[in-house]
Design a binder for this molecule. Structure first.
Ligand code: HPA
Length: 290
């Protein structure tokens, strides 16, 4: 089997498919957002805050994948946040749901074709850094693309130059200016002490990490671990979008064999619910400064 007919390549989308989706959306709404927000697990409440909003359930949008995970509503919402036009993904696509990596990242190229320039990505993550508390918000300053190490990079296969170049740089994946703005905004809101800055490591999931894996990730320099975000960021940077990433630390990972703590989805959802307002407020204020 040659590279072009390998399973990764077969699941890729054509430029025309992305374009068809973008053109359909542009025909449905007069809004032309420059900012897109990808809401992580349980963080879709942000989309509810939009004014003048129009929601498109994923299943109604041509070529769009559909979301299955609990806590994800699954719609694309156009509207204004603090007066600023944006488009919000309420519910994202995870690799662990069984989607191939091109489906996971499909919306990002659609954003690009809609004229979006900045993507804000949020997620729930486990804290590896011992100084992080549950409920902290971590500004993502860099990532470790663990699925990429295993051949699951969304840019594998033929490169379409209309989106970006073959070998995009990733050392500047997370926009320094946006990070500074986020810090400034958090200070202004009096929640600067909840803000951390660190390295996010993506694992495929859906099983949580073993103790040995958590220890390994710490040694590798990761501060938080999760099951999303990185593929979308890689595709966003490929097509030149600016990226801001925010992780809500929903739990501390277990690194001690004597601990009786266990990572679990209920705790993740519980923390997300109790802390999502602060994250939403931060993004809401930040967006007025972009
Ligand atoms: N591990 C992986 N993904 C996560 C975690 C975790 O501890 N918490 C929230 N998402």
């Amino acid at each position: 089997m040659d590279a072009a007919s390998s399973s990764t390549s077969q699941c890729r989308y054509s430029y025309e498919e992305y374009k068809e989706t973008a053109d359909w959306l542009l025909a449905q709404t007069e809004q032309r957002p420059k900012v897109a927000i990808i809401c992580g697990s349980g963080l879709g409440g942000l989309a509810d805050l939009l004014e003048d909003k129009t929601g498109f359930p994923y299943e109604k949008i041509p070529n769009f994948p559909t979301s299955t995970v609990e806590g994800h509503a699954g719609q694309l919402v156009f509207g204004r946040l603090q007066g600023r036009e944006c488009v919000c993904m309420q519910g994202r696509f995870h690799f662990y749901e069984g989607y191939n990596i091109h489906k996971v990242t499909y919306p990002v190229r659609v954003f690009y074709l809609l004229g979006v320039e900045t993507v804000i990505v949020t997620n729930a993550a486990g804290g590896l850094n011992g100084s992080y508390d549950v409920g902290n918000i971590m500004l993502i300053k860099d990532h470790i693309n663990m699925p990429g190490f295993a051949g699951q990079n969304p840019l594998c296969g033929h490169n379409d130059d209309r989106f970006g170049k073959r070998f995009p740089c990733m050392s500047d994946a997370y926009d320094r200016e946006l990070m500074a703005l986020a810090k400034q905004t958090a200070e202004e809101q009096g929640c600067g002490k909840f803000l951390q800055e660190g390295v996010y490591c993506m694992l495929a999931g859906p099983s949580y990490e073993t103790i040995a894996e958590c220890r390994l990730l710490k040694v590798l320099g990761a501060d938080a671990v999760g099951m999303s975000t990185v593929p979308e960021v890689v595709v966003a940077r490929h097509c030149g979008l600016r990226v801001l990433g925010l992780s809500l630390i929903t739990n501390k990972v277990v690194t001690d064999y004597d601990s009786i703590e266990k990572a679990n989805h209920e705790e993740v959802l519980r923390t997300t619910k109790s802390r999502s307002q602060d994250l939403q407020r931060l993004v809401g204020h930040l967006i007025t400064k972009i």
